[in-house]
Ligand binder design. Sequence first.
Ligand SMILES: NC(=O)c1ccc[n+]([C@@H]2O[C@H](COP(=O)([O-])OP(=O)(O)OC[C@H]3O[C@@H](n4cnc5c(N)ncnc54)[C@H](O)[C@@H]3O)[C@@H](O)[C@H]2O)c1
Length: 252
Amino acid sequence: MAGRVEGKVVLLTGGAMGLGKASAKALLAEGATVIITDIDEAAGRAAATELGCEYLPQDVTDWARWQNVIAEVETTHGRLDVLVNNAAITVFGSIADISPEDFKRCYTVDVDSIFMGCKAAIPLMARSGGGSIVNFSSAAGNKVSPDLAAYNSAKAAVVTLTKSIALYCAREQNGIRVNCVQPGTILTPNVESVIAGTPDPDATRAAFSVAQPIGRMGEVDDIAHLVVYLASDESKFATGAPFIVDGGLSIA
Ligand SMILES: NC(=O)c1ccc[n+]([C@@H]2O[C@H](COP(=O)([O-])OP(=O)(O)OC[C@H]3O[C@@H](n4cnc5c(N)ncnc54)[C@H](O)[C@@H]3O)[C@@H](O)[C@H]2O)c1
């Protein structure tokens, strides 16, 4: 039986670890050709070797590099069907604590990168006959904290940017669908290390768990399965939509 994304060429940013790596693994298992990129070259190459996919070094905040990455994908594969804009950073701090430089850094990595990725990829995806773009927002774009001013607002901006690009693609009738995912707290290695770095890790783990009304943190597969659905033709009527998979966090 053919895989759910058989034959599709997928470019996925931030694939060295966490949700990006898990999504790449799930896409590969369903028959896609996956190219992961990451700013961390050692971790990116190690992940690609482990997963059995291609790796390209990339800082997603670099517009010239975006253009080169898309050109390299076209030279090697001749097409691009799916772009997963996963790479991001979390910058902590309230309006009082956060510096203008750190606020801007969060937006550059989390929002500007998605603008640049879509802008660079859409012409090749259109020439490929259409496809699917999956942008990573977060439930933190819905449910805010006084201590996450930059991240909360950057992830909310991803939702609106996704809708605008989706409407552009629909108007162009280029066959490209654009959606975003809004995970709740997912137990990635990075979340594990944040928990471990707090004064009382057990209390932090419990607090992170009950923040989701469902009573626990998510697993990476909870989001990887959603990415496969959005990358596949199963989601062919979905565009401009935020897909919330967060154990109820956004409505609590
Ligand atoms: N883990 C969660 O609980 C959670 C919840 C909601 C949303 N998200 C979102 O899901 C996505 C993945 O999260 P994660 O927890 O797996 O993150 P992570 O920090 O484990 O991995 C992010 C990857 O992006 C890479 N990266 C960072 N800056 C980059 C840059 N400038 N250029 C290229 N690569 C860069 C990192 O090297 C890393 O490999 C992010 O968009 C995040 O905001 C995560």
